[in-house]
Ligand binder design. Structure first.
Ligand code: 5GP
Ligand code: ZN
Length: 116
């Protein structure tokens, strides 16, 4: 899928609404439309990157920022002490359904391991 018909690029461009909890010049965090936990937030880079396989060496700081921002949002959501999970699915076998990378931040309930 090209970035022209990418759902999350539409959110970045403002063509599709989202419940945005944080944004800066490089990333946007918004609530998942179909939450699987009381808190379920997606963090995406503004730049279209289809899968984790497409990340380059120069993206190290971007990936770091996604994780650091997830930790800050988790704290703001009151999840830090009890705990939370962050996940990035890569390609079909892992369940990736939107091909613009996104870090899931989930919390507010006990979670099982291993995941399905
Ligand atoms: P994936 O399965 O690719 O790891 O996760 C995609 C996530 O995007 C799913 O949790 C799904 O609920 C969420 N999602 C899909 N379409 C939309 C949308 O239009 N808006 C929002 N906020 N989330 C979406
Ligand atoms: Zn995109």
């Amino acid at each position: 899928m090209s970035e022209h018909d990418c759902l999350f690029c539409k959110i970045v461009n403002g063509d599709l609404g989202a419940d945005i909890v944080y944004e800066n010049e490089s990333l946007i965090a918004f609530r998942d439309i179909n939450p699987i936990a009381p808190t379920h937030i997606l963090l995406i880079p503004r730049r279209h990157v289809a899968t984790m396989n497409d990340l380059q060496d120069g993206d190290a700081s971007l990936v770091g920022e996604l994780f650091l921002t997830a930790a800050r949002i988790a704290a703001n959501e009151g999840l830090a002490e009890d705990g939370y999970r962050v996940v990035m699915n890569c390609n079909e076998a892992a369940g990736q359904s939107v091909f613009h990378i996104h870090l899931h931040l989930m919390g507010g309930r006990a979670m099982t391991w291993p995941p399905g």
